[in-house]
Design a protein around this ligand. Sequence first.
Ligand code: NAD
Length: 321
Amino acid sequence: MWIVPESEIAGLMTREAAFDAVEKVFAAMATGDAYNFPVVREAIGHADALYGFKGGFDRAGQTLGLKAGGYWPNNLETHGIINHQSTVFLFDPDTGRVKAMVGGNLLTALRTAAASSVSIKHLSREDAKVIGMIGAGHQAKFQLRTALEHRDFEKVIGWNMHPEMLPNIEKVATEAGLPFEAVELDGMREADVIITITSSFAATLMADNISPGTHLACMGTDTVGKQEVDPVLLSKATVFTDEVAQSISIGEAQHAISQGLIAEADVYQIGSVINGTHPGRESADQITFFDGTGVGLQDLAVAASVVELAIEKGIAIEVEI
Ligand code: NAD
């Protein structure tokens, strides 16, 4: 078995490799070559932790396994380590033997950033110039950094419920040589692409806060009850997702579905656009919407990619089990 420790991931994994791995696995999901297992998420009644598993099998990439982990709210204060903790386990699909154990914390950030950027590449207008960020926490920095590599953006605008956090994303814009402006929510009308990445439980972005032709990637809603945008907005958009079953139950579409504003059949897999079986954006005025819920196959794809790199570079640790 190979071990790739968390401490080695930053030196091995690139945003480009994460993007390629996620784009490929979304495509495989749409052809039926890859599928996700039902998600397990439990409040374990210890340390206030939420713990669970996200797994799947990708026949095309021959990747089988799971990500185990979750959220320990007291970690930072009590143990000096980050609250989100995860580890990916890969198995040999021919024998069931464990193949690799990989630190999953940075990989989760990179695979989530890759997902919104895959949607930007395939659904936003090619002439998009202004990117709007709603959210300015840990994950927002990753989402923005990767997004800037997929269109020739000229300006970043941002809104956050806690404005004191906006310098987090301003720094990313500045490093990329782009101007940054903090705006009110109706200022988002200037944006050609909007990413939402918050832990909100109520809609903040309203349907009249966006302009025709915008592409939205909503990434924060990954649990029942979470919500970032006005459900009416989904009824005005063409809606895509990583995994339809998750989108309508734990993703942003859960609200539009429960209010009867859209039906399950109105939600398309992003992989079908990548594969060319769905046309994706068909006009400059169309609003496109990506509901990024986060699937186990994304984790397995980036983990498999990093194991390959680690073996190549002699960094992976081999142990007999
Ligand atoms: P974080 O704690 O670092 O940042 C949270 C962000 O949400 C901040 O911008 C904060 O100001 C904002 N926020 C907090 N409460 C809010 C509220 N009531 N209304 C509006 N905004 C509020 O967290 P993070 O690591 O950046 O993660 C952000 C979200 O993304 C979380 O909900 C997390 O579960 C989700 N996430 C999704 C995926 C995926 O694959 N879709 C992957 C990782 C994280």
